[in-house]
Design a protein around this ligand. Structure first.
Ligand SMILES: N[C@@H](CCC(=O)N[C@@H](CS)C(=O)NCC(=O)O)C(=O)O
Length: 205
């Protein structure tokens, strides 16, 4: 089983999931040049990580990979529960983080072409994106008032939030109004599987 990843990208989530399975796997570091190359685009026309290759199976998209790993290695409890309801609660957060919060970072990392070179638009778009990220993370912060994890127990949804919080740190987004996120970040960052991935991807803790 081989996972293509870029250091610190959302591929950290399936990378950590692979660590949690305890099964042998190969982690293939990639960069922008590789993921836009013709050979890679044949595997994933979206030109993005993560990408999992397992024998004949060629699987992009975080949620597809995570559900595949969960089905193959149920003992790893990637969704933190054995019950349908408990797993659904973790899925709800995973979907929110992957589909909604992750997307909000788009204009922060890559200014849309239509706004480039128009400083007043660029500033407004950046600010709106940053405000939107904080507003959405407030939902996670409020939820964490009553529990240590997003789901019933530690799950891949927590790792997704951890990765997004790393991005917040890299763009110096002020999360001071969301007091549960800093301890959450420290908790998840201390997990041995997360630590192993940080080391493998050559990241700072
Ligand atoms: N919906 C995709 C999103 C994947 C994605 O956005 N990957 C980013 C890294 S976090 C990427 O590879 N971006 C390449 C690019 O910007 O062209 C998934 O969940 O797998």
């Amino acid at each position: 089983m081989k996972l293509y990843y870029m250091p610190g990208a959302c591929s950290m989530v399936p990378h950590t999931a692979l660590e949690w399975t305890g099964q042998p796997y190969e982690a293939q570091a990639a960069n922008m040049q590789l993921i836009k190359s013709p050979d890679y685009l044949k595997l994933n026309p979206q030109g993005a990580v993560p990408l999992l290759v397992d024998g004949e199976l060629v699987l992009p998209q975080n949620v597809a990979i995570l559900q595949y790993l969960d089905a193959r290695f149920p003992q790893a409890r990637l969704f933190g529960s054995d019950t349908i309801e408990g797993r659904a609660r973790a899925w709800r957060w995973l979907a929110f983080l992957n589909a909604d919060v992750h997307k909000a970072f788009g204009p922060v990392f890559h200014m849309p072409a239509y706004a480039k070179g128009k400083p007043e638009f660029e500033a407004a778009i950046q600010q709106a994106a940053r405000d939107s990220i904080v507003a959405m993370l407030a939902q996670a912060d409020a939820h964490l008032a009553g529990q240590e994890h997003l789901g019933d127990a530690l799950s891949v949804a927590d790792v997704y939030l951890y990765v997004l919080l790393r991005w917040c740190r890299s763009i110096q987004l002020d999360l001071g109004s969301l007091p549960r996120l800093a301890p959450f970040f420290a908790r998840i960052g201390a997990n041995p599987g997360v630590q192993a991935v940080i080391a493998q991807e050559g990241l700072k803790p």
